[in-house]
Design a protein around this ligand. Structure first.
Ligand code: NAD
Ligand code: KPL
Length: 303
């Protein structure tokens, strides 16, 4: 069965290149004919890995036209997920499977709600890749991807294809808990790096601010029904700060490059969940407001 990939950016190209070199059928869906022409002119995806580059001439078509889709990897930003999924909804075969590879929470639920007849699997990845230019991607950090079914369905047989393609993947019986844990880590680290204009490691000089956020995030995780995700959150946040000390967080990089951030699916989602559960969360709400004001002052979307 063909792997159809919508979102030919960093992670989409990283997956496409590895699936293709393992001899698995892959096709890319591009936004429109202009993108398709630009892609064809380049002759395929270039993946730069350990300093070596390889070209993968993967077939591509526009999202609007083509054969029915059985298995779709949706590899766009959280704020584009709903409209990207809608652009291929008419092409989804009965019982199609979608793998939603978005950071944060909220976009997956929105996509699933619009496609009740498809099986939507959620994914969380610690792999790192960035786009050097259109369709040219650098594999920057080894990691792992967890996949799961929030409705508790069985692991799909195609996980062996990921193994064959050397895409480190693991089935998670509680993918929502895993996504929540990542949201909590990102909420405790990323906004502060933007507001303090610093690398992750510099947050070690703001221990009280980090501790207060972890405390409220822990309460939120408990109240949301994910007590396991709250376990040793502060210790984990401190470990990530130390282990990634020299890095700039993904949100810092988005803002520094004038790109829209995924704030609505991280801190925004945490605050909305806090509203639903009637939690006060003063530190998280103040952080959210400070971050929104910071973004607006720079002409960037605050949702
Ligand atoms: P990206 O911006 O590099 O790529 C997204 C691609 O989707 C872009 O090429 C964009 O043009 C395309 N796209 C958006 N809407 C589309 C549409 N309607 N039709 C066709 N194409 C469309 O993003 P990314 O870095 O690959 O990130 C994807 C998700 O994975 C994000 O939620 C991100 O936070 C998460 N993530 C990324 C990394 C990483 O290292 N890049 C690591 C972990 C998680
Ligand atoms: O995931 C991250 C990001 O930058 O988005 C880390 C490194 C964990 C910081 O929150």
């Amino acid at each position: 069965m063909t792997w159809t990939i919508l979102g030919a950016g960093s992670l989409g190209c990283l997956w496409a290149a590895r699936l293709s070199r393992a001899g698995l059928p892959v096709r890319l869906l591009l936004r429109d004919r202009q993108r398709l022409n630009a892609y064809r002119a380049l002759g395929g995806i270039t993946l730069v890995e350990d300093g070596r580059e390889s070209l993968y001439p993967i077939p591509a078509e526009t999202a609007a036209q083509g054969a029915p889709i059985q298995r779709l990897l949706l590899a766009c930003k959280a704020y584009d997920a709903e409209s990207a999924a809608a652009s291929v909804a008419a092409r989804l075969a009965p019982g199609a499977e979608l793998i939603l590879l978005q950071n944060g929470l909220g976009s997956q639920q929105a996509v699933s709600a619009h496609l009740p007849r498809a099986r939507c699997l959620y994914a969380s990845s610690t792999e790192g890749a960035f786009r050097e230019s259109d369709f040219r991607v650098v594999f920057a950090g080894r990691g792992q991807t967890w996949l799961g079914d929030k409705d508790g369905g069985p692991a799909p047989g195609w996980l062996t294809e990921l193994e064959q393609a050397a895409i480190p993947a693991q089935w998670s019986e509680n993918i929502l808990e895993r996504l929540w844990r990542k949201v909590a880590l990102n909420c405790a680290i990323n906004p502060l790096t933007v507001l303090h204009q610093c690398r992750n490691g510099d947050l070690a000089s703001h221990p009280e601010e980090v501790a207060k956020l972890c405390d409220e995030l822990g309460q939120l995780l408990h109240a949301s029904g994910y007590p396991e995700a709250a376990r040793e959150l502060q210790g984990d946040v401190e470990r990530v700060i130390a282990a990634t000390a020299a890095n700039f967080s993904s949100m810092y990089q988005d803002v520094a490059q004038g790109r829209r951030s995924e704030i609505a699916y991280l801190l925004g989602h945490a605050c909305r969940e806090g509203d639903r559960l009637h939690l006060a969360m003063p530190q998280l709400r103040a952080l959210h407001e400070r971050l929104r004001a910071y973004l607006v002052a720079r002409g960037l979307p605050d949702t």
